[in-house]
Structure formats: C-alpha cells, structure tokens
Ligand binder design. Sequence first.
Ligand code: NAD
Ligand code: TYD
Length: 353
Amino acid sequence: MNTKKTILITGGAGFIGSHVVRLFVNKYPEYVIVNLDKLTYAGNLENLTDIEKAPNYIFEKGDIADSTYIQELFKKYAFDGVIHLAAESHVDRSIVAPMEFVITNVIGTVNLLNASKEAWKNNFEGKRFYHVSTDEVYGSLHDGSFFLETTSYDPQSPYSASKASSDHFVRAYHNTYKLPVVLTNCSNNYGPNQFPEKLLPLFINNICSNKSLPVYGKGENIRDWLFVIDHARAIDTVYHNGKTGETYNIGGHNEWTNIDLIRLLCKQMDEKLGRAAGTSEKLITYVTDRAGHDFRYAIDATKIKNELGWVPSVTFEQGLSLTIDWYLNNKAWMDKITSGAYASYYEQQYIKR
Ligand code: NAD
Ligand code: TYD
C-alpha cells in the first residue's frame, strides 16, 4: 500500500499552525508536509526552527488570496489533503481593518476550495479538505448554555463574520460538489508561540517588563481556554478519523472570566519571577471595552469525545504553567517580535542561502 501522502497546511508559520506542522512532520515521516504561509505580521518561521530541515517538510511563501498562485501550487504538488489554518485571526484588528479579513478568510478559503476541486477532478477517493474554524462563529452567550455543532451561526465581529462566511463556503462545496470536507470549531487557544497581541502572551510580556495590563471593560467576559497542543492533537484526530461532511466542536470545558484568569496569571508570574505576592496584580488597568465585545463563549465537546475519543491531555493549571515557563525561557523569541527583527528570518533562511 502506498502510504505516502502530500498534505498542504496553510498558515503553518502562525501560532496554531506551527504546532500542527510540528506534530505532522514528526509523527508522520511518511507524509510530505507543505507549509504555505504569507508570513504576515503573525507568521514567524522561527516557530519551526526545530523541524525546518526535516526531509518531509517544505515551506512555500505565498498568499491564499492570490488565485493564480494557488492554482500553480496545486499543479506543483499533488496534494492528497489540505489542512487550512491561514487566516487573519485577531478580533481587535478586524474592527480596525475588516476588509483584510474578507480577503484572506473568505476569498482565500474559496480559492483553496476551487483549487482542491479542480486538482482532484471529482475523484475524491482518499482526499480531504479540513477547515479549521472558531467557536466565535456561534456568537455571544448570555445564559448557561453551550455551543453545539448544531447551534445556529450568529457572528458578531468582523473576524467571526469572515470565519462564519468561510465555514458556509466549505459546507456549500461539500453539498454542491461533494468535496470531501471536514470542519472543526475550537475555543480560545493558549500556549507557546502565540503572537503577543492576544491576551495571555501580551500580559505575560507586560508583566515581565512591568507594563500595565489593559483589561477591557470590567473583565467579566468569559472565554473557554484550550492548550494549543491539545488543539493540534484534535486536528490530527479529526484529519485522520473524522467523518466527511461533519463538524466537530473542540474545547476543554475550561471557562474563566477574564479577570479571574488574569489574577491567576499574576499569581503564577509572581511565584515564577520571585516577586512578592500581589506585585503583578497592581499592573491591572481597566480600559475602554472592545466594541461589540462578545460576552461568553463555551464549547460542548461531547461529540468529538464520544465519536473520536479525543479529550484534552493537560489541566488548565498545568497548561498555564507550561505556557508561562515557555515565554520566560524564550525571551529572545519575544524580543525579536516586539523589536520586529523576526521579519528578517525568512530572508536569512530561505533567500540568501
Ligand atoms: P495566527 O494569526 O497566529 O496565524 C495565522 C497564520 O496565517 C500566520 O502565519 C499568517 O502569516 C498566515 N496568513 C495570514 N494571511 C495569509 C494569507 N493571505 N495567505 C497565507 N497565509 C496567511 O492565527 P492562529 O491563532 O494560529 O489561528 C489559526 C487558525 O485557527 C485560524 O483560522 C483561526 O481562525 C483558527 N482558530 C484560532 C483560535 C485561537 O484561539 N487562536 C481558536 C480557534 C480557531
Ligand atoms: P483575545 O486573546 O483577543 O481573544 P478573543 O477576542 O478572540 O477571545 O482576547 C481574550 C479576551 O481578553 C477577550 O474577552 C478580550 C480580552 N482582552 C483584554 O481584556 N485585554 C487585552 O489587551 C486583550 C488583547 C484582550
């Protein structure tokens, strides 16, 4: 049996994508993993230095919104599968510049769907298009209920509206052309290599440099947090065992109000930095709320547990501690991002050699 597979992973230089690329490159030496990434401000190839020389890994710099480029890429490689993570991913940026979210998240996704459909020429045997999405498409909860796979879409931010639109296109291609798709909608991720615009890495970095911690509104909004490596494990599970045409919600049953989470972070940071208890909490500063700030997200992950056997591998306390340790032990990674120096890595590694 020919087990060699060529898989396109988009957005593999980003936060979650880099963990997915690492997992697949290491776990499946018989696969060829092609990482396609535009290297926007959020893409950082230094996330992947440990596997960049692996014989089954290839990096391609390109834009999913460029349909000609994507068609050429699908001619260059005979992809058996696509795991699509590339996206503009930050809600605050989507409020300032929504069109970039339409271009990458909607048009980029449709370009990939078209290229897959054409390359596979209706012979979908052994093929799979996996679309990675977010729980934010379901909207904002104001009662004690949870998001199920059947919950109606009700996106509230330009980011979640663009992701919802891309999800609809993926399902429409399955319904109309029988493209063999599978989707997952995951809760908030945390862990190593997250760009310091998102809550946890931003606050860890600010605590290290004694900068204020800007809490939006009253800090009462609720998020459901999952360790990024558990998300990558779930993606591996669904890619290999998920049912075509299905959606699986991914989450860790781990809800925190922002302020409780920030207080826990401050406590762990004080202990790890050897600072007096209460030092980091003094940095908390309440600032103007995010426009249209979704109140609560909460995933019901029963389906992926019952049907595919996936459950998180770490508790939140373990995951948070591992995460803080990673940022404290990788100060150079953070310094290069905050100084902008990470942007020159691609040139050094891939162009000038
Ligand atoms: P990220 O912003 O860290 O990384 C996104 C990556 O996509 C970057 O490497 C960037 O360079 C690349 N990219 C952006 N535009 C591109 C384009 N036009 N062409 C090619 N590459 C492009 O994002 P993330 O947090 O790792 O999220 C990855 C995916 O997971 C997204 O689809 C996001 O919606 C989804 N998701 C994220 C979370 C979360 O908590 N971060 C939760 C659930 C789902
Ligand atoms: P974020 O990490 O941006 O993820 P998302 O908006 O996709 O959930 O934010 C997580 C929560 O933290 C969200 O409720 C907004 C809040 N937040 C702050 O209070 N201050 C900040 O500086 C940031 C970035 C987020």
